[in-house]
Design a binder for this molecule. Structure first.
Ligand code: SF4
Length: 298
């Protein structure tokens, strides 16, 4: 198994399902329009929409930075099995976290909710705690003892967006870390936010489907795991079966059809007019939406 065997697809315009795409669609159709179809908003200010789309939040950046540093850590483990020096590792983590933090524009700063984000306490401290939890976890110990022998076959955040096909439909599912042990394939997904069984269960089914599709592994041999880094290191594992996959397939089909319903031409992913993408009636949701200045819902 290696990244070389992951199937590649030529570019097509057709709308592709992903968990996050449908989540946005479900939350607010107008937000979905701004996220996915801004270039069709001829009366709007494309530069401004794109700027707002880049706004981030503290929880998002804690997750983003943690993922980036764990990716580097795993790549380093692939190169050398030498013990991790915590001093050097956290020194690197701090510098990397600060560099990413400095490059981002935070929603609350842009909208004047407050003057600054406290990097040390709000960003770095939770990132450090999550990484420390992982360094002390039995999982890392186990990786050293059991998984290093197959390190050349590890897949760490494969390139691209994780495209696959399901029942002829285009879909995406981005996995964090896949590694084989014996005949089994393990898939780990890092989380820094709250546990959410329903959401994570759908994602794990997607990862298993992705691994079966690309790596041709039987479902019975795939172990999928959500690894929570905070507040303590905790794992939720799931082994999916054919029924789970049938259910996942139906979810993707149904949600794709719903999203197609706002396309004038689904094959080209051309949207209906902006007015068809209704603003959510739940104004509470707008309070933290990055596009709120465009909707006059400040
Ligand atoms: S401000 Fe409200 S209505 Fe406008 S895009 Fe955001 S969530 Fe939707």
């Amino acid at each position: 198994m290696s990244e070389a065997v992951i199937r590649q697809f030529g570019y097509t315009d057709v709308l592709g399902w992903s968990y996050s795409r449908y989540s946005t669609f479900q939350s607010c159709k107008r937000q979905y329009y701004y996220e996915k179809y801004a270039k069709y908003d001829v009366a709007g200010d494309l530069m401004q929409i794109r700027k707002l789309a880049q706004l981030t939040t503290v929880p998002l950046e804690i997750g983003n930075i943690s993922h980036k540093i764990l990716r580097t850590l795993l790549k380093r483990l692939q190169r050398t099995s030498a013990e991790i020096d915590p001093g050097r590792f956290f020194d690197y983590a701090y510098r990397e976290a600060y560099s990413i933090f400095r490059s981002k524009l935070f929603d609350e700063i842009y909208y004047g909710v407050r003057d600054e984000i406290d990097f040390e306490n709000e960003i770095y401290e939770p990132v450090r705690a999550g990484l420390d939890n992982f360094l002390r976890s039995e999982r890392l110990q186990w990786l050293f003892e059991e998984a290093l022998v197959t390190k050349d076959d590890w897949v760490i955040e494969p390139d691209g967006f994780g495209e696959f096909r399901i029942e002829g439909l285009k879909a995406y599912c981005k996995v964090d870390f896949i590694f084989p042990i014996g005949d089994e394939l393990h898939i780990l997904d890092w989380k820094t936010g709250k546990e959410d069984y329903r959401k994570h269960s759908t994602q794990l089914r997607g990862y298993a489907y992705w691994a079966n599709f690309h790596l041709e592994k039987e479902y019975a041999q795939i172990q999928t795991t959500i690894a929570h880094l905070l507040p303590d290191y905790k794992e939720n594992s799931q082994r999916v079966n054919e029924y789970d996959i049938e259910d996942f397939s139906n979810v993707v089909k149904g949600q794709t059809q719903e999203m197609y319903s706002l396309c004038a031409e689904p094959e080209l992913n051309i949207p209906l007019p902006k007015e068809e993408f209704r603003m959510t009636p739940h104004e509470n949701f707008c309070k933290t939406c990055k596009f709120r200045e465009l909707c006059d819902r400040m």
